[in-house]
Design a protein around this ligand. Structure first.
Ligand code: BG6
Length: 510
């Protein structure tokens, strides 16, 4: 079958029509969830679109599959779960290879090296190499050391590139992130390192940049003079699923905040970059992290809240408490919800609180950024109508709906002067006739073309950890204090409401 490359007509003539260099993509952790659920479907799509050609090969490294066929079968099953159209599978499967290897074992890297050289010499894969660390973080150190030791980290020659994608969590706190950065820095140069945060691959997240810096009307009011406060929410209805082994060591704060939520915050709070070049955009984001006031040890309860879900109802079904989930310790103190109040202390944002919250088993699946504007300085309709002194609200919904809405007050038709908030909205799918693609597709495409704009840089990662480092310490030291609970299917513990109520505010109803 001939693969037809379907491009969005809006993309005509754009970068997206490029094909990537002939390369070898090596995935460590090939039998893991991430590879099955995200990476393979994304690589398959890139292949079907013609971005990845037959001169690129993908080597899965795992201990699980015995040969190429087993690996291919498992990947086929994985792709079928997300793709309705698998017509390109047969051709795609030809570029998949597997090496059964234990990443702790020295010999495995020699086998891998031989296979890479074989593909480059006999299958026309050029000399470009992309290593993807899709393993649990405990394996990062060993793999990185071995790639260095077996001379796999440096580009083969001057005309080729070697890159590495490192999955989150990038460290457990500031100190471990610095350690990991040092280690990886000994083996790879910063230009080769792609620290992935899949939120940056989401179309609506990138649209934040277009919205702010591609339009002139919002920037003049995007500051402390007009904005009262900002709320960022990433609420999920799913629980810990089968990831307790990881989640028990992470918790909601580590899992979502210094990475995904801070990236959203940086895009909202950053200054306009001079150009859309990787380091220039990333410089501005890092400035935001440097400007956030770190939460002090003695002030953790004033600026941070946490919670753990107990049983409750999600979509009319009863779900168990976190402590009763598979592989979770019955006395676990892991937080499944967290909320923070932060300040970006710079000229633009001084005094504007940014409240962020994230949790599992919440009332609704929604990722949203809301900017609440200051009220009018004087309300002339006060004597005519009740409750008219309402703020304008700009809401940017990242998922599941991809939309931007502006709420403002309008006159209710008829006699008198009654006002009511109404909504002006933009919806991604109706405007462009397409829904956003898989975030990994975009990020893999960028990495294969050498664009680091949507990847995190060392200084950004470390500055983000520094903001919340004491929160981990404090919660760690409070192991004997019970974690507040919230029923599954609700909006989190009362402590999170209090974070705002103390300031005379409330979480937006989403
Ligand atoms: C991952 C976290 O990074 O992001 C998960 O480890 C979380 O716990 C997921 O569920 C959320 O991603 P998305 O794209 O579904 O919002």
């Amino acid at each position: 079958m001939e693969i037809t490359h379907k491009f969005n007509p809006e993309h005509k003539g754009l970068e997206t029509e490029r094909k990537c260099d002939a390369s070898t993509i090596i995935i460590f952790g090939a039998s893991g969830n991430l590879t099955r659920k995200k990476l393979m479907p994304a690589l398959y799509k890139l292949y079907v679109q013609g971005f990845i050609g037959n001169d690129t090969k993908i080597i899965g490294v795992s201990r699980t599959y015995n040969d190429d066929n087993e690996f291919r079968e498992a990947m086929k099953k994985a792709i079928k779960e997300t793709e309705t159209d698998c017509k390109g599978w047969d051709q795609f499967s030809e570029i998949l290879d597997h090496i059964k290897a234990d990443t702790n074992n020295d010999e495995s890297y020699e086998d891998l090296k031989k296979e890479i050289i074989n593909l480059e010499t006999n299958e026309g894969c050029g000399g470009n190499r992309l290593f993807y660390l899709a393993t649990p973080p405990e394996s990062f150190d060993t793999i990185i050391d071995n790639l260095g030791k077996h001379d796999l980290s440096r580009p083969k020659d001057e005309s080729c590139w070697t890159r590495i994608i490192v999955e989150k969590p990038f460290g457990r706190n500031l100190e471990s992130a610095q350690r990991l950065d040092k280690k990886i820095g000994r083996v790879f140069r910063e230009k080769q390192i792609y620290r992935i945060d899949h939120y940056l691959g989401k179309e609506t997240v990138q649209n934040l940049l277009a919205f702010r810096f591609g339009n002139s009307i919002f920037e003049p009011i995007w500051n402390r003079n007009y904005i009262d406060h900002i709320q960022i929410t990433a609420a999920e209805t799913i629980g810990v699923e089968d990831r307790a082994a990881y989640y028990e060591t992470a918790g909601a704060l580590r899992d979502m905040v210094p990475n995904h939520l801070f990236q959203l915050m940086a895009l909202i709070a950053m200054e306009p970059p001079v150009t859309f070049e990787a380091d220039i955009v990333r410089d501005e984001k890092v400035q935001v992290f440097h400007a956030i006031e770190p939460i002090k040890y003695e002030e953790v309860s004033k600026f941070a809240a946490r919670g753990q879900y107990i049983e409750g109802m999600i979509n009319n079904e009863k779900v168990p408490a976190y402590v009763n989930e598979k592989d979770v310790k019955p006395d676990s103190k892991t937080e499944t919800y967290t909320a923070l109040k932060l300040f970006v202390q710079n000229w633009r944002w001084a005094g504007v609180p940014i409240y962020i919250r994230t949790g599992k088993r919440m009332a609704k699946f929604v990722t949203d950024i809301t900017l609440i504007f200051k009220k009018t300085p004087h309300m002339i309709f006060r004597t005519l109508a009740k409750d008219v002194h309402v703020s304008n609200i700009l809401s940017i919904q990242i998922q599941p709906d991809e939309s931007i809405t502006l709420t403002f007050n309008a006159k209710i038709p008829g006699a008198g002067m009654q006002l009511k908030p109404v909504v002006m909205d933009f919806d991604y799918s109706s405007a462009f006739g397409t829904r956003a693609g898989n975030a990994y597709e975009r990020l893999l495409r960028d990495c294969l073309t050498g664009d680091q704009t949507l990847y995190s840089r060392r200084d950004g990662i470390e500055a983000a950890w520094a903001v919340i480092d004491y929160v981990f310490d404090r919660w760690e030291n409070e192991k004997n204090i019970a974690v507040p609970k919230y029923a599954s299917g609700t909006w989190g513990p009362k402590e999170a409401d209090e974070l705002l109520l103390r300031d005379g505010r409330r979480w937006k109803i989403l």
